[in-house]
Design a protein around this ligand. Structure first.
Ligand SMILES: CCC/C=C/C(=O)SCCNC(=O)CCNC(=O)[C@H](O)C(C)(C)COP(=O)([O-])OP(=O)([O-])OC[C@H]1O[C@@H](n2cnc3c(N)ncnc32)[C@H](O)[C@@H]1OP(=O)([O-])[O-]
Ligand SMILES: Cc1cc2nc3c(=O)[nH]c(=O)nc-3n(C[C@H](O)[C@H](O)[C@H](O)COP(=O)(O)OP(=O)(O)OC[C@H]3O[C@@H](n4cnc5c(N)ncnc54)[C@H](O)[C@@H]3O)c2cc1C
Length: 654
């Protein structure tokens, strides 16, 4: 490719990076079109330009230099400023555009209305009936009210059936009485609940006539709409600092026999009539729809966090020179080391693979939503299984990739100037929220076991589990030759996933036959089952990547994506079996592959990942701006250390 076509080339950049960009074999804009989809890629460029022109939307100082209070204030200031400009910049009905705007302006550390958009509005859309939507959804979209999703409690997050918050129906007054009967029943963790929100969808166990009917969703007003003071019978507050996400006020909530009208239970699916008659939802788990919504969107978000970390460390690896490969020549860029390439490139391939899988999971969610609107509940189980597996595998592997990217930056990677610590902290939170990863793996495990049972009954499952019914002709990878093309790799993947799934199913059967209870037998097999879920999900990601690459029209882009696909399939197979690895072809395109993510410096917030590559002068500038450098001698030094030393000196003179 001729250099002038590389959109990332600019005058005045660090020559080390310019040299890299001149080597690109493809147009980074065209690859960005594939990574994001051409509409979003174009819109992201327009959004970045619009933000450049509005100084109030820029960070007032680097976020790592701010205290928690300053971060919370900064996020609130930006949300307010954005509210004046947002409709000029993005189409509010487009989730991914709005998400990109948030990432560029506010960043990844949280903001006062994260949960409002991530769960409060989706829960209303999925669970409120038409009349309730008219009452709350429109106001929520206009941001007249700000809400959150309050489900997790101090004592229970995973096991939703044991939530202790109760909603008892009082027929006489046609009200629900919401109560937190114990310390462990306090709602704990909901984002923005501590200080920012004035409403919450509270998940509570419904009780009618002393009968426990399971978790249901209730609209609760937390604060006065004018004074923002806490409403009577409610206690709320912030749960304190966390590993990351410290711009967000995750909160606690205690409800003391709070009375709310009957119509505050979200009644699109389950219903409670005035006389207390209960109508079951058409699918038992429809009340969990907001979680499935978030899980299906988490895949692209975590692909992006991985992309942030990798573009920082790939660019930095091309300006960092250290050591020699040929002692007669200059010190080399650290990217030249085979180990550095091995450390970074498979994760670059994964970032692309995850982004494509994320686009697919969002597409599947939209299809399920439309079919549900038409009264069809068939797709719910498939989507729950798919998103449970993807959420768990992608958040875990992305976290590993971010940590490798940090280590690839050496000492400077440990400074917050790189921003790696925050990206990692935010990334790994995804392993826990929206369902702890190992628990979500078991949800997919249940689905796989059912599929095995149906294969054994002579049926042919369809969709993502169809491969379980294919007779595995080969029993060992020894027969598998990579020169038969990528389809052969996929078959090897299928073979490994199928073998593990059958192994787990057989072990489960053995324990069940031995007289153990279903639950005990299940617990004895969960390591094997989770392994099967992990392999199944990695097969899905690989397969989706393969099919996606076949669709690419631009030949230069297709070629580089095929290089990544080749690396991905081999690396993943090595990770799950033993196989050959080929990473050298990626080297000339390394910087351009990360440039294609078109992450702006404003969005990166990283000195090491600067697009222009001028790292060292800016690291020095960064260090000088530390609060600790504002005084030559720190007050704390004068107060504690200096007297200590003076005292020691005095003592030694005695
Ligand atoms: C920005 C984000 C901030 C973060 C926010 C949060 O974290 S918010 C808080 C996030 N919190 C969490 O994420 C909490 C995580 N915990 C949970 O989601 C659930 O309690 C559970 C899924 C672990 C178990 O639930 P359980 O004990 O009720 O169920 P079970 O295991 O006995 O299975 C029974 C059947 O139900 C099926 N099924 C289950 N879920 C779904 C679904 N969504 N759809 C469809 N189906 C579903 C399952 O497949 C099984 O089907 P089968 O095989 O019988 O045909
Ligand atoms: C940053 C962040 C934001 C959050 N935001 C929200 C929010 O907005 N709203 C909200 O309601 N909640 C929120 N949460 C809470 C979150 O959803 C829960 O913490 C999460 O679902 C995990 O549940 P837990 O804390 O009960 O973990 P636990 O279940 O206590 O997990 C502890 C360990 O037990 C294991 N374990 C538990 N059950 C099983 C099982 N059945 N089989 C095998 N192993 C098991 C897990 O694998 C894990 O190793 C947030 C959490 C975080 C970290």
């Amino acid at each position: 490719m001729s250099a002038h076509l590389n959109a990332a080339l600019r005058e005045g950049d660090n020559p080390e990076l310019t040299e890299e960009r001149r080597k690109a074999t493809f147009d980074t804009r065209k690859l960005a079109d594939e990574f994001f989809g051409s509409h979003l890629a174009r819109r992201r460029r327009e959004i970045a330009k619009a933000i450049d022109a509005i100084p109030e939307l820029h960070d007032t100082k680097p976020l790592p230099f701010m205290t928690r209070e300053e971060k919370v204030e900064e996020a609130a200031r930006k949300v307010f400023t954005l509210s004046k400009h947002i409709t000029d910049i993005v189409d509010l009905s487009n989730n991914r555009e709005t998400q990109s705007l948030n990432e560029m302006v506010i960043g990844i550390e949280g903001m006062p209305i994260s949960l409002h958009f991530a769960m409060f509005i989706p829960a209303l859309q999925g669970q409120a009936d038409d009349e309730q939507k008219r009452e709350w959804l429109d106001r929520a979209i206009r941001m007249e009210i700000i809400g959150t999703y309050a489900q997790t409690e101090l004592g229970h997050g995973t096991n939703l059936r044991m939530l202790e918050t109760t909603a008892t129906y009082d027929k006489q007054n046609k009200e629900f009485i919401l109560n937190s009967p114990t310390l462990t029943s306090l709602k704990w963790w909901p984002g923005n609940m501590g200080k920012s929100c004035n409403y919450a969808i509270v998940v509570a166990n419904l009780i009618i006539d002393d009968k426990l009917l399971g978790p249901h969703s209730f609209m609760v007003q937390l604060r006065d709409e004018n004074s923002h003071e806490t409403m009577p019978n409610i206690q709320i507050g912030d749960i304190g600092p966390k590993m990351a996400y410290n711009s967000s006020d995750n909160g606690f909530l205690k409800l003391s026999n709070l009375r709310i009208p009957r119509r505050n239970m979200l009644m699109k699916h389950a219903k409670v009539q005035e006389d207390g008659t209960y109508k079951k939802p058409p699918h038992e788990k429809l009340a969990y729809s907001a979680m499935v919504h978030v899980r299906s969107h988490m895949i692209t978000q975590h692909a992006m966090l991985l992309a942030y970390a990798l573009s920082i460390s790939t660019r930095y690896s091309c300006i960092r020179r250290q050591g020699y490969i040929d002692p007669k020549k200059d010190e080399v860029k650290v990217i030249e080391y085979q180990t550095q390439q091995h450390r970074l490139f498979p994760h670059i391939a994964r970032a692309y693979a995850f982004a494509f899988a994320g686009t697919e999971s969002i597409r599947k969610f939209e299809i399920m939503k439309r079919s549900l609107e038409a009264g069809n509940i068939e797709l719910i189980a498939d989507l729950h299984a798919l998103t449970s597996g993807l959420k768990a595998v992608v958040t875990y592997l992305a976290g590993q990739g971010i940590e490798q990217a940090r280590q690839a930056c050496g000492g400077h990677g440990y400074s917050m100037a790189s921003y790696m610590g925050e990206i990692y902290g935010v990334g790994i939170a995804g392993c826990t929220y929206e369902g702890e990863n190992l628990v979500m793996m078991q949800q997919l495990g249940r689905y796989l076991i059912k599929a095995v049972k149906s294969v054994k009954e002579g049926k042919k499952p369809t969709g993502y589990v169809a491969y379980l019914a294919h007779a595995g002709q080969r029993h060992s990878l020894i027969d598998c030759r990579p020169n038969e093309g990528y389809a052969e790799h996929i078959r090897a993947f299928e073979h490994i996933a199928r073998r593990q799934t059958f192994r787990a199913a057989e072990r489960l059967q053995k324990y069940e036959n031995s007289g153990l209870s279903t639950e005990q037998a299940w617990n004895n097999c969960t390591v094997e089952l989770n392994r099967a879920s992990r392999l199944h999900t990695r097969l899905f990601i690989a397969c989706n990547f393969y099919e996606r690459v076949l669709d690419v029209e631009d030949m230069a882009v297709r070629e580089v994506l095929e290089d990544l696909l080749h690396l991905h399939l081999n690396y993943e197979l090595i990770d799950i079996a033993s196989y050959a690895l080929e990473a050298k072809k990626i080297r000339p395109n390394a910087v351009s592959l990360v440039d294609s993510w078109e992450i702006t410096d404003r969005e990166h917030r990283s000195v090491l990942g600067r697009r222009d590559g001028h790292v060292y002068e800016n690291l020095f500038k960064w260090a000088k701006s530390s609060d600790l450098n504002q005084n030559d001698v720190l007050p704390s030094h004068k107060k504690h250390l200096l007297p200590m030393m003076l005292n020691a000196r005095k003592q030694s003179k005695l």
